[in-house]
Write a protein of this length. Structure first.
Length: 505
C-alpha cells in the first residue's frame, strides 16, 4: 500500500519536481559529511559513501519514516574510531552486521516505541560527550597530526599540539585552512539567502579545496582507493573475535546509540512536516536492514541523521523519492568522479566535523535545564564527563542508571500526617509511595513520636508499599511503645498479605 501511495503521489508533476530538487540538496549536504565521517573514523573515505548509498537506495525504500535520511553520522564517529583502533578494520563489518541484526530483532519485538522512553538528559549527555570527544580529536586533524587515544589523552596533548602549530610550517598551514573552514560554517547562516543556495558544508569544503589547489598548499589530502576496492566483507575470523566482553559492549553501544539517535531524529522530523507519521518499529527494522547490509560490505554503521533529514524537509520533499535519489547521486558521484575526493584537504573535513561536534553540545539548554530540572542537568553532565574521561558505553550506562535512580526517587513521594484524637490517641496517616529510598525519613519521623501514647498507623492512603518498608514498619510497630502502653495498631493489620508489587489501599 505504501508503494502504491508513493506512485500515486509522484503522478503529480509538482510533487515529483520538489522531490528531485530536494534530493540534490540532500546529496550536496551528505557528500562532505559522508567523506568526513569516514576519514574521522579512521577508515577509507569510500566506506562513508557506501553507507550513504545504502541509506538512500535501500533504507529509503523501506517503510518507517518517509522523509528522514540515513547515512554515516558524526554521533558514531568516536565509537567507530575506537572500535577500529582496538579490534581492527576487519572486525568493524562484523560489529555493524550484528548490531543491524539486533535492531531487526528489537523492531520485530516492537521495542521501537520504547526507545522514546530513554531520558532526554541521557541522550543530550551522550551527544554532548560524543561532540566534545569529536572536537578534541579533530583539532589534531586540523593540523594534520595524529590524535592521541582517549579523551584524557587528547586533552593532555593539546599544549604540545598548539606549540607545533605556533612553530609554523605544514601544521600551521593546515590549521589555518581548517580554522577558515570552521569560521565559514559558523558565518554561513548569517549570509543572504541567495548566497546560501549551496549547503554550508559543501561550500566550505569546496572553497578550502580550491584554495589548497590554487595556492599549492602543503596539506594532507584524502586517500582514494575506489568504491569496489574499499568493500571488504567480514570473514569468519572477524566474527570469531566477537566473543570478548569488550566487543560485546561495543556491539550493544552501536545498537543502542544508532537506534536511539534514529528514533529521536524521526520524532524531530515528524514535527517539521504534516505528512505521514513515523512507525517507530518499522523504522527500527529499516535501520536494522541498512546496518546489516553495511556490515556485510564492511562499511560504516548508519543512523538517521537530523541534519540531512532537516535539509530534506526544508527543501520541500513530499515523499521518500528524495532520499532514494540522494543515494543514486552519491553512487554516481563515487563511481564517476572518485578523483574529486582525492583533492579534498583533510583539514577542511576536520573543520566540518569540529563544527558538527559543537552542534552536538546543547550549550544554550544547559542553564535553563539547571534552573528548572537540576537532576536532569546533573545526569547530562555526569554522562558527558564519563564519556570524555572514559568511554561511550560507560557514559551511557551510567547515565541510564542515574536516570532510573532519579525517577525512583521522584516517584517515591511520601507524606506523614499526625493528628490527635479524643483520649490522646495519635493517628499517623502515611500516603504516597513507600519505598526503601524514603525509609530513613519515614523511620526518623515515626521514632520521634511519643512512646507512652496509643498510636494507630493508617496505611490505607499508600499507593505502593515495598517489602523493605513493610518489614520496617511492622518491626517499628512491635517495638516502639512502652510496655505499659497499648501496642501500635496498623491499618490494614500486618497479618494481611501484601506483596511488594501490589498497591496498598
Amino acid at each position: 500500500m505504501a508503494s502504491s501511495s508513493l506512485i500515486s503521489q509522484l503522478k503529480e508533476p509538482a510533487v515529483l519536481r520538489r522531490d528531485v530538487l530536494a534530493s540534490f540538496v540532500v546529496f550536496l549536504v551528505a557528500l562532505p559529511l559522508c567523506v568526513g565521517v569516514a576519514v574521522a573514523s579512521g577508515v577509507p573515505a569510500e566506506l562513508g559513501l557506501i553507507t550513504g548509498i545504502v541509506g538512500g537506495l535501500l533504507v529509503g525504500l523501506l517503510p518507517g519514516s518517509s522523509l528522514q535520511v540515513s547515512g554515516p553520522a558524526a554521533g558514531l564517529t568516536v565509537l567507530v574510531f575506537e572500535a577500529v583502533q582496538e579490534f581492527g578494520l576487519g572486525a568493524l563489518g562484523a560489529i555493524v552486521l550484528i548490531s543491524g541484526l539486533l535492531q531487526l530483532l528489537l523492531g520485530a519485538l516492537k521495542f521501537g516505541r520504547w526507545f522514546r522512553a530513554i531520558s532526554v538528559a541521557v541522550v543530550q549527555g551522550m551527544l554532548a560527550g560524543i561532540g566534545l570527544v569529536l572536537v578534541l580529536g579533530q583539532v589534531y586533524a586540523l593540523a594534520d597530526e595524529a590524535q592521541p587515544s582517549g579523551g584524557l589523552g587528547k586533552i593532555a596533548g593539546l599544549p604540545g599540539l598548539f606549540a607545533e602549530v605556533l612553530g609554523g610550517g605544514a601544521a600551521l598551514t593546515a590549521f589555518a585552512l581548517g580554522a577558515a573552514t570552521i569560521a565559514l560554517l559558523f558565518l554561513w547562516p548569517t549570509l543572504p539567502a541567495k548566497a546560501r543556495v549551496v549547503p554550508g558544508p559543501l561550500a566550505a569544503v569546496g572553497l578550502a579545496t580550491g584554495a589548497a589547489v590554487l595556492l599549492d598548499l602543503d596539506v594532507a589530502r584524502v586517500e582514494v582507493r575506489g568504491l569496489l576496492a574499499a568493500v571488504d566483507p567480514p570473514g569468519l575470523g572477524d566474527f570469531g573475535s566477537l566473543a570478548g566482553v569488550a566487543v560485546i559492549g561495543t556491539v550493544l553501544a552501536f545498537t543502542l546509540i544508532a537506534s536511539a539517535e534514529s528514533l529521536f531524529s524521526a520524532a524531530a522530523v515528524d514535527r517539521m512536516h504534516d505528512g505521514p507519521r513515523t512507525d517507530y518499529d518499522k523504522e527500527l527494522m529499516a535501520q536494522g536492514v541498512g546496518n546489516t547490509v553495511c556490515g556485510a560490505l564492511g562499511a560504516l554503521p548508519m543512523t538517521a541523521v537530523i541534519v540531512r533529514s532537516a535539509a530534506n524537509v526544508q527543501a520541500g520533499a513530499k515523499t521518500s523519492l528524495s532520499r532514494i535519489l540522494h543515494g543514486v547521486w552519491l553512487l554516481l558521484f563515487a563511481a564517476l568522479l572518485p578523483f574529486v575526493i582525492g583533492v579534498i584537504p583533510l583539514a577542511a573535513l576536520a573543520g566540518v566535523l569540529v563544527h558538527a561536534g559543537t552542534k552536538l553540545v546543547p550549550v544554550k539548554e544547559i542553564v535553563p535545564l539547571w534552573r528548572t530540572h537540576r537532576g536532569d542537568a546533573v545526569i547530562l553532565g555526569v554522562t558527558t564527563a564519563t564519556i570524555v574521561v572514559g568511554n561511550l558505553f560507560e557514559g551511557v550506562v551510567l547515565g541510564l542508571l542515574l536516570s532510573v535512580c532519579k525517577s525512583a526517587w521522584e516517584t517515591s513521594h511520601i507524606q506523614l500526617n499526625v493528628r490527635e484524637l479524643t483520649g490522646g490517641r495519635l493517628v499517623v496517616a502515611i500516603t504516597g509511595n513507600a519505598t526503601f529510598l524514603r525509609l530513613p525519613r519515614i523511620l526518623d519521623q515515626l521514632e520521634a513520636l511519643p512512646q507512652n501514647r496509643p498510636i494507630e498507623l493508617d496505611l490505607t492512603g499508600l499507593r505502593h508499599l515495598d517489602h523493605a518498608c513493610q518489614v520496617a514498619l511492622e518491626t517499628w510497630s512491635q517495638r516502639h511503645n512502652d510496655a505499659d502502653t497499648v501496642p501500635v495498631r496498623m491499618v490494614p493489620p500486618p497479618t494481611q498479605d501484601r506483596s511488594s508489587a501490589a498497591p496498598v489501599g
